[in-house]
Design a protein around this ligand. Structure first.
Ligand code: ATP
Ligand code: MG
Length: 415
């Protein structure tokens, strides 16, 4: 029996991978416009990094982490998200010393032990960006505007940007108390998870998908109505700067992110096209995270987007680039001549294919067609003798005769 991949772990095959390259290249280009540098951090970290940052009473830490004890008895975890590792690196390498403001982006695989389904896998990929060192709401607006810009560049305009504020250490505890008072008489209607988390993480009930929880929380108090003066001001200013940037949004006072480190502004890009996997990108401010991890007291904000879900939204679009030219060789002498010309053309930047095995003319033409080559060049005995061959544009059928010379051919193909 052949060995198969692990459940929830996917291959990204040729034909699909070009879409991923397009997404990654577009992200790099857009992030560059906003002054972000790439950072690459390990995919495995000490388990305590995630437990401490994401929070003990979150779905990720409670249920979804790939954690192991390695041969040296170290407790390690395959990263379930990117922010914790990037912040660990920022602190460990003291990146804030050379420049108090860091703008970093990353891309790569993440791991969560979830039930695999469309848009939800056990190894998945995120592209994320973080700005640390600035508390000003202009930065919140800038990050959201960059995220929207990236989606626009990818031609994905359907998702809506939803924003909320989760308050801070000053105002959230009081709100939590209010919410618990509200939920206490409705505990029986909540799902098992939400009942269990009632004491430790009652906010989760607000975005729980269970019908009972939805109904029970329908009239619940909203964090947005109970922000302290400073958080309220920060949120108003964020909305103002979003307006100035021309970045549209809607409020979602029930949005609770699944990670404990968020403070103030939180956001999601939500799509109606992927069923219950509705979030394609998500993030927020994390003003306490860096100091919680042993770094200086320093604010931060960032987001991550799911590349698999982006790819699903680009389904049907073609990103594979066809070869420029297929050289058809007929007869024993034509093959080495065609091979040599192909190598010369590849050297000067033309994407060329030929048949390596001396198949029939018909079979060569079929392959040129299958590869959607833009041009064919047919070389036989008489072309070898005259040193000239017909170059045919496949889409139009139009034909020109050219010298069998790499410079002349590449010039014609380029024009
Ligand atoms: P969801 O509500 O769908 O579980 P999440 O809140 O757990 O998402 P985040 O931790 O905020 O997601 O991660 C950011 C993005 O990463 C998500 O918006 C989504 O696009 C993607 N993502 C998260 N988990 C998975 C997964 N298991 N498979 C594929 N993509 C994922
Ligand atoms: Mg999740």
């Amino acid at each position: 029996m052949a060995i198969t991949a692990i459940k929830g772990f996917n291959d990204i095959l040729p034909g699909e991978v070009e879409k991923w390259q397009h997404i990654e290249a577009t992200a790099r280009r857009v992030f560059g416009l906003y002054g972000f540098d790439e950072i690459r951090v390990p995919i495995m970290e000490k388990t305590e990094l995630f437990a401490r940052s994401i929070g003990d009473v979150t779905d990720i830490v409670e249920k979804e982490m790939y954690s192991f004890v390695d041969k040296g008895e170290n407790r390690v975890t395959l990263r379930p998200e990117g922010t914790a590792g990037v912040m660990r690196s920022l602190i460990e390498n003291k990146l804030y010393v050379a420049d108090a403001v860091s703008k970093l982006y990353y891309m790569g695989p993440m791991f969560r032990y979830e039930r695999p389904q469309k848009g939800r896998y056990r190894q998945f990929h995120q592209i994320g960006a973080e700005i640390t060192g600035v508390a000003d709401p202009k930065v919140d607006a800038q990050v959201l505007t960059m995220l929207r810009h990236l989606f626009d560049e990818l031609g994905i305009t359907e998702p809506a940007l939803e924003i909320n504020s989760l308050g801070c250490q000053e105002c959230r505890p009081a709100y939590r108390g209010l919410l618990k008072d509200f939920l206490r008489s409705r505990l029986a209607e909540l799902c098992d998870d939400c009942r269990r988390r009632f004491d430790t993480n009652p906010l989760r009930a607000l975005d729980c998908k269970a019908t009972g929880c939805k109904e029970a929380t329908a009239g619940a108090p909203a964090m947005l109505d109970h922000l302290c003066g400073q958080c309220d001001e920060h949120f108003s200013a964020t909305k103002h700067f979003l307006d100035l940037a021309g970045t549209g949004y809607r409020l979602n006072s029930r949005m609770v992110r699944g990670l404990d480190y968020y403070t103030r502004t939180t956001f999601e890009l939500v799509t109606g096209l992927l069923g219950s996997q509705s979030a394609v990108a998500a993030g927020g401010r994390y003003d306490g995270l860096i100091s919680d991890l042993g770094g200086p007291s320093m604010p931060g904000i960032g987001f991550a987007m799911g590349v698999e879900r982006l790819a699903l939204l680009l389904e049907g679009e073609r990103f594979r680039v066809s070869p420029d030219l297929f050289i058809v060789a007929i007869g024993g002498d034509a093959h080495p001549a065609a091979f040599r010309l192909m190598c010369e053309l590849q050297r000067v930047g033309v994407a060329v294919e030929m048949d390596y095995e001396g198949k029939s003319l018909k079979s060569q033409m079929r392959r040129a067609d299958k590869l959607s080559c833009r041009y064919t060049l047919i070389i036989g005995e008489s072309e070898l003798a005259s040193g000239r061959a017909p170059l045919k544009e496949m889409a139009t059928g139009s034909q020109v005769e050219l010298p069998l010379d790499a410079a002349a051919i590449s010039k014609t193909l380029g024009s």
